[in-house]
Design a protein around this ligand. Structure first.
Ligand SMILES: [Zn+2]
Length: 286
């Protein structure tokens, strides 16, 4: 898709630390990426304006990696199991309660959370995929954005955002809004691509996480933690995905497969998940 110049905006300031300086910049597929000199948060610059961004999240975007209504019962069962592992992970932090998912996609995580006993509510920016999720699972999903959603007096026990923050124009502001929707003893679970991973370091600009224009911000674990803290949270748990790069390397040396688990623990992989709790004082500042 060709994008007109007037549909682009520059991003001169880091969303986390406010610095205008960059320590590194590079381009991939015609898009420019810059890494903040102060905090290491990456950004796509220039990026689509908020008015033009919606064009990138139509039916085509969702059909690229998902099959929508063409899922077979066997595939649905498999995906509910796969996404259900995230819901099971959350059980160690909050066994029950009212859960809000931001960016539901087709609703596989939200449905698996509901089947594990959570009360659920979802937000999905794309009207097309929100309707598909509702028709597949009859889930309560609102077609709106973090910036526009108003939960009224409702407070949530858990809020989750799986691979969503990197798509938002202002993730710090989104985290601050999320903080205001949580109960004081609630938890916020977030997962993003890890641009501080061995995959990103070894593959350079070929790393799949440098995706534009959909990914507007690019997080290292340190940048994610700092942003959570700035938004009024403290991190209570961190988990990393496996390194795709290391897994492929190990295939060359079959004997090392026996040590795969150890190697996976050592190399922090292609995504990072953090579970955060509100700082006690943050709620009183609202
Ligand atoms: Zn910065």
């Amino acid at each position: 898709m060709t994008i007109a110049a007037h549909d682009l905006e520059s991003v001169p300031i880091c969303n986390l630390c406010g610095s205008t300086e960059c320590r590194r910049s590079f381009s991939r597929n015609g898009w420019q990426f810059r890494i903040c000199a102060q905090c290491g948060l990456g950004r796509t610059d220039p990026r689509p304006t908020s008015q033009s961004l919606g064009e990138y999240y139509g039916e085509d975007y969702w059909r690229r990696g998902f099959k929508g209504e063409q899922y077979t019962p066997k595939e649905i069962k498999h995906l509910l199991y796969r996404y259900g592992r995230r819901a099971s992970y959350l059980k160690r932090y909050k066994r029950r309660g009212y859960l809000l998912e931001i960016g539901t996609g087709f609703g596989f995580f939200l449905e698996s959370a509901r089947r594990r006993g959570y009360g659920v509510q979802g937000l999905e920016y794309s009207a097309w995929v929100a309707e598909k999720a509702r028709s597949m699972f009859n889930l309560p999903i609102r077609n709106t954005s973090v910036a526009e959603f108003d939960p009224g007096h409702v407070k949530y026990d858990l809020i989750v955002a799986w691979h969503v923050l990197e798509h938002l124009a202002n993730p710090l502001e989104a985290m601050q809004r999320i903080r205001s929707w949580l109960k004081d003893d609630g938890i916020f679970a977030v997962e993003v691509p890890n641009c501080g991973s061995v995959d990103a370091a070894r593959l350079g600009d070929k790393w799949e996480g440098w995706t534009a224009p959909h990914h507007l911000w690019h997080f290292t674990p340190q940048a994610l933690q700092q942003m959570l803290e700035k938004a009024g949270f403290h991190v209570v748990g961190t988990k990393y995905g496996r390194s795709t790069y290391i897994r492929h390397r190990l295939k060359r040396y079959p004997v090392l497969r026996w040590f795969r688990c150890l190697v996976d623990c050592w190399y922090k992989g292609t995504w990072v998940r953090m579970v955060a709790a509100p700082k006690p004082s943050a709620g009183r500042q609202e």
